[in-house]
Design a protein around this ligand. Sequence first.
Ligand code: DX5
Ligand code: ZN
Length: 218
Amino acid sequence: MKKILVAPSILSADFSNLGEDIKMIGDAGADWVHIDVMDGHFVPNITIGPVVVKSVRKVTDLFFDVHLMIKEPEKYWKEFQKAGADLITFHNEIEADKKRLIKDIKNAAIKAGISIKPKTPVSEIKELLPHLDLVLIMTVEPGFGGQSFMPDMLPKITELRKTIDENKLDCLIEVDGGINAQTGLQCINAGADVLVSGNYIFSSPNAKQAIDLIRNCK
Ligand code: DX5
Ligand code: ZN
């Protein structure tokens, strides 16, 4: 049985206590730290920039999974890489030379991912799959934590799993939005490798138990 990776989203952390919250999820067994970057253009919210990533890089060795919900990732990804990102995921819905961007990110010796919003079909990224380390399937409209999981996204996970396996590609499937023990199990059954979860983990009185429930739910 493959190990499911859990990536708590620090969007739901206590920002007055961010370093401690990140250490806490590390102690609770988190595999990655999911960092949601929003620019007020691609999504109607503004969150974290490279200075914050650089600061929290000092408190943990955990893998930094940076999710760029921004209009111009080609302008800013490098700052996040310098700040300590291990993986940069940008959105398919932006206007840029995506193949080029993936290549540039990978040339900086970090991993590259692409994310699709709920209305974007898997077919739109098929051509890019051989170049990608990860695909992030959004199961809520990006912009805010604490929203409800959209179950009609599950067939997209199944379809992507099938394509990756049939073509023997080395690409992880990450799912983001409304993940808890129940919805996490649905995603695992559909073929997910990495589960992002913000509200469920940070609102739990026991983060270790919440992470274990997400991971061991099969
Ligand atoms: C939404 C973000 C997600 C989200 C996850 O735009 O990309 O990472 O905050 O949080 P929950 O688990 O609360 O939906
Ligand atoms: Zn995210």
